[in-house]
Ligand binder design. Structure first.
Ligand code: ADP
Length: 202
C-alpha cells in the first residue's frame, strides 16, 4: 500500500482532491481532524495543554475552548510554537498508527491531507506528496465563496503559507486545479491509478 500526502495553499483544492480520492477507494486521513480529536481524547495531551495554557483551555463539559487557545497563540510565535510542540508529535504518532491500520485493513491507498505537511516534516514519512495548486486569484475567489470570508482575510491567511513555487518545488506530483471539477477528477483518477499497487500481481 502506498501512502500519499496531499497539501497546498488555502483554496487550492486539497479537500476536493481528497474527496475524489476517497470516492475512488482511498483511506483518507485529515491532519486537522486528527489534531482536534487528540486534543479532545488524549488525556496526556489535555493535561499538557492545561499546564501550558490554563484550565480555561477546556470548558466545563470538557470540550476544547478553541477561542481561548486561539487568543493565547494568535500573533505570538513563541506560544504558537509551544502549542505545536505539544500537538504535532502526537499527530505524527497517530498518523503512523493510522497508516499501519490501513495496511492491516488492506486499504488500496492511504492519503494524508495536511496544509502544514512540509512544515512538520510529514513528507519524510510518506511515499509521495501531491501538491494541489491554482492561480492565486482563483484560490481567493474559491475561499471567499466557501467561507464567506472577505478578500483581506484570505490574503492574511495566505501570507503565512508557502508560495506556490515553494510548494511545487517540494512536490512529487502537482495537481493543476485551474479548471473545472471534471478536469480535477481526471487528474486525480490518473494519480490514483498510478499509486494503487495491483495486489493481484497482474
Ligand atoms: P482547500 O482544502 O485546499 O482549502 P477546497 O478543496 O476546500 O480547498 O476548495 C476550495 C473551494 O473551491 C471549495 O468550495 C471547493 O468546492 C471549490 N473548488 C475546488 N476545486 C474546484 C474546481 N476545480 N472547480 C470549482 N470549484 C472548486
Amino acid at each position: 500500500m502506498n501512502t500519499l500526502g496531499v497539501t497546498g495553499g488555502i483554496g487550492s483544492g486539497k479537500s476536493a482532491v481528497c474527496r475524489i480520492l476517497g470516492d475512488l477507494g482511498a483511506r483518507v486521513v485529515y491532519a486537522d481532524e486528527v489534531a482536534k480529536r487528540l486534543m479532545h481524547e488524549d488525556a496526556d495531551l489535555r493535561a499538557d495543554i492545561i499546564e501550558a495554557f490554563g484550565a480555561e483551555s477546556y470548558d466545563e463539559a470538557g470540550a476544547l475552548n478553541r477561542a481561548h487557545l486561539a487568543a493565547r497563540v494568535f500573533g505570538d510565535e513563541v506560544q504558537l510554537a509551544r502549542l505545536n510542540a505539544l500537538v504535532h508529535p502526537r499527530v505524527r504518532a497517530e498518523m503512523l498508527r493510522l497508516i499501519d491500520e490501513a495496511r492491516a485493513d488492506a486499504a488500496p491507498l492511504l492519503v494524508y491531507e495536511a496544509a502544514l505537511l512540509f512544515d512538520v516534516g510529514a513528507d519524510q514519512l510518506l511515499d509521495a506528496v501531491a501538491v494541489v495548486d491554482a492561480p492565486v486569484e482563483t484560490r481567493i475567489a474559491r475561499v471567499m465563496a466557501r467561507d464567506g470570508a472577505p478578500r483581506e482575510a484570505v490574503l492574511a491567511r495566505m501570507q503565512h503559507q508557502f508560495s506556490s513555487d515553494e510548494f511545487r518545488a517540494r512536490a512529487d506530483y502537482v495537481i493543476e486545479n485551474d479548471g473545472n471539477m471534471d478536469a480535477l477528477e481526471a487528474q486525480v483518477e490518473a494519480l490514483y491509478a498510478a499509486l494503487v499497487v495491483d495486489e493481484s500481481g497482474r
